[in-house]
Design a binder for this molecule. Structure first.
Ligand code: RB5
Length: 141
């Protein structure tokens, strides 16, 4: 899959670890930055990744900021984006199975790197269940 990734300054170090991890799973990663630790504005990166999803440049996305919240709110402003904050693996598979989330978000100040890897792997390997869940997603649109 092609996976868009974006982050703010709170998550640059974690982003590079996650990027390498996702590539080691055989996926292509499109990195939208930021790539340094200088203070920046998370809406910029949430928007870039959200746009990459809706224009078909990427199949799904990963967003990381301090909490995962601000950057996911930014992405969710774009029609067609369903970005879900995950801090545990149960949520990570359920947001794909039930919500068909096209972006997962998490907080570099909230989850450790091993849990972050587990969240990403679980999400990428999960499958949307369709059926009644598709009806509810249609209602969101
Ligand atoms: C940056 O300090 C922090 O506010 C940001 O990374 C994020 O946690 C916002 O939701």
């Amino acid at each position: 899959m092609k996976i868009a990734i974006g982050n703010d300054h709170a998550a640059t170090d974690m982003k590079f670890v996650i990027k390498e991890y996702v590539e080691s799973m055989g996926h292509e990663v499109i990195n939208f930055g930021t790539d340094n630790n200088d203070s920046c504005d998370y809406p910029v990166y949430g928007k870039k990744v959200g746009q990459a999803i809706v224009n078909g440049e990427a199949d799904c996305g990963i967003l990381i900021c301090g909490t995962g919240v601000g950057i996911s709110i930014a992405a969710n402003k774009i029609k067609g984006v369903r970005a879900a904050v995950c801090s545990d693996v149960a949520t990570a598979h359920l947001v794909k199975e039930h919500n068909n989330a096209n972006i997962i978000a998490f907080g570099a100040r909230i989850v450790g790197i091993e849990l972050a890897k587990d969240i990403v792997k679980t999400y990428l390997e999960a499958h949307f269940e369709g059926g009644r869940h598709q009806r509810r997603i249609d209602m969101l649109e």
